[in-house]
Write a protein that binds this ligand. Structure first.
Ligand code: ATP
Ligand code: MG
Length: 457
């Protein structure tokens, strides 16, 4: 106490004086709340004389009364030692090795305590430098350390809590328990240094604030606006992964606003400005984010491609219009626009090409929903992407981008029996606008100007 005061008066920086150790009745987490696989893992490590803690998101979530997504374990055993202790385990990774321990269909990620070292003395270990450059982090944390070092290298105080299932104690080196109670997200150490080491921590701040409904501590928040451009040096694949974590976290609606509030969207979701500032486009995006959050909360799947199709929809529509104005027929304009928009958006939001097919299908199906006569609705119904296209149409209707009545019609049509379906079909309309229309089925054909029925996806 006295020495701390003297150090403070003399301006000597306090090194963290070891963890505060909280017994169960101070934090409430009981070992029964830990998965059996994580318990088995920590017990085995303990019995071999090692320290072993449940760490990271799981402790944080339990403290907040949430169900953990998964359980991670940290220990002073080396990867080889861990590997030898568990028959069903595997060493993963190169830059820093982690061990996966398997029980049934559960996997526990076990890491050895590590210390962070600024990446200054380059040239010694070329492989590590190269890998560090690949994920855009200016630090190496491939040096083994103690529990205290391991806590100090983590990002936020609430993510640096260590739970010992044996004693039911939490080891808290950075005040994470108090921050969890106050619902504050606070970065460990000097914020500017930590963001410079790894700019992705800024995105993580926005993500966790949204997910946990925390406020970002003022000092943690302050440097972000200025440092946000550092995200440019982060490899596209890592940025994309982080964005998807945010969008598919079950808290995308809040996450997207948090991202924009911190000015972090420029290099990640640049289209947000155009959408959220536009009263015509905003409701659709809100409907899409809200719907995605609901799906995830109800354990339904939500795909990155669907989310991407939503984010780029208006850009695609505007581009289609431009192409039509330039003289392309509607179909050609649509397909040209899809390609152009995907390429343009990929420059900032680096999504993998494997999503392109599904994004395009969702978009290209939209005009087909306007066909409500003849055999076309039946063909649309049996399209492999019908469901995604229909879900997209519902969102458009909720966002005011498609008639409610059209969405309702499809809901009734898809749920109806054969007879009811036939009675729902609209009489074929003869539109005077397009005399050159191809005729199919009944006279009049029901063809609309932008009929994409023939493309089949
Ligand atoms: P979620 O429930 O969303 O998975 P999480 O806290 O488990 O949250 P992960 O991304 O899975 O987050 O990371 C696990 C832990 O690793 C974090 O709790 C944090 O302690 C540490 N960590 C992850 N990324 C970083 C980073 N960029 N810098 C410092 N520590 C990090
Ligand atoms: Mg996790």
């Amino acid at each position: 106490m006295i020495t701390r005061l003297i150090r403070k008066v003399l301006g000597i920086q306090d090194k963290p004086a070891g963890p505060r150790i909280l017994p169960a009745d101070e934090h409430g987490i009981r070992r029964q709340q830990i998965s059996s696989c994580a318990l088995k893992t920590t017990r085995t490590l303990r019995q071999s004389g090692h320290a072993a803690f449940v760490v990271g998101g799981a402790v944080r979530d339990l403290l907040l009364g949430r169900e953990p997504k998964d359980f991670d374990v940290a220990t002073d055993a080396t990867p080889e030692e861990i590997r030898r202790l568990f028959r069903r385990s595997r060493i993963i990774g190169r830059r820093f090795q982690i061990v996966h321990v398997y029980c049934g269909d559960e996997t526990i990620e076990v890491t050895t305590f590590r210390a962070s070292q600024p990446d200054q003395d380059e040239g010694q270990d070329n492989d590590s430098d190269r890998v560090a450059a690949e994920d855009g982090m200016l630090l190496r944390d491939n040096v083994f350390g103690g529990q205290e070092d391991d806590a100090a290298r983590r990002d936020f105080t609430v993510n640096a809590l260590y739970y010992d299932p044996e004693t039911e104690e939490i080891w808290d080196n950075h005040g994470g328990v108090a921050d969890a109670r106050e619902r504050v997200l606070r970065i460990i150490g000097d914020p500017v240094t930590r963001y410079r080491e790894d700019p992705v921590r800024m995105l993580r701040a926005a993500r966790f604030a949204a997910k946990l409904d925390f406020r970002i501590a003022p000092e943690t928040r302050a440097p972000i606006a200025q440092l946000a451009p550092m995200l440019e040096r982060i490899p596209a694949a890592r940025l994309f992964d982080e964005m998807m974590k945010l969008l598919l976290s079950g808290h995308a609606e809040r996450g997207v606003h948090q991202l924009r509030a911190e000015g972090l969207h420029h290099g990640t979701l640049p289209m947000l400005d155009a959408i959220l500032d536009d009263p015509v486009r905003r409701p659709f995006l809100h409907a899409a984010l809200h719907d995605t959050d609901e799906r995830i909360r109800h354990d339904q799947n939500a795909s990155p491609a669907f989310m991407l199709a939503c984010l780029m929809w208006f850009d695609m529509r505007a581009e289609t219009q431009r192409q039509e104005d330039a003289g392309l027929p509607p179909m050609a304009a649509l397909f040209q626009a899809m390609d152009d928009v995907l390429e343009r958006q990929r420059a900032s939001l680096a999504f993998p090409r494997r999503f392109d097919g599904m994004i395009k299908e969702i978009w290209a199906l939209q005009p087909r929903f306007e066909q409500r006569s003849g055999s076309r609705p039946y063909r649309l119904l049996s399209h492999p992407r019908y469901r995604a296209g229909y879900d997209f149409l519902l969102l458009r209707a909720r966002g005011g981008d498609a008639p409610e009545e059209l969405a309702d019609w499809w809901t009734r049509f898809q749920d109806a029996d054969e007879e009811a379906r036939a009675s729902l079909l609209q009489p074929s309309q003869v539109s005077g606008k397009r005399p050159r229309r191809r005729r199919r089925g009944k006279p009049g054909g029901g063809g609309q100007p932008d009929d994409h029925a023939g493309t089949g996806g």
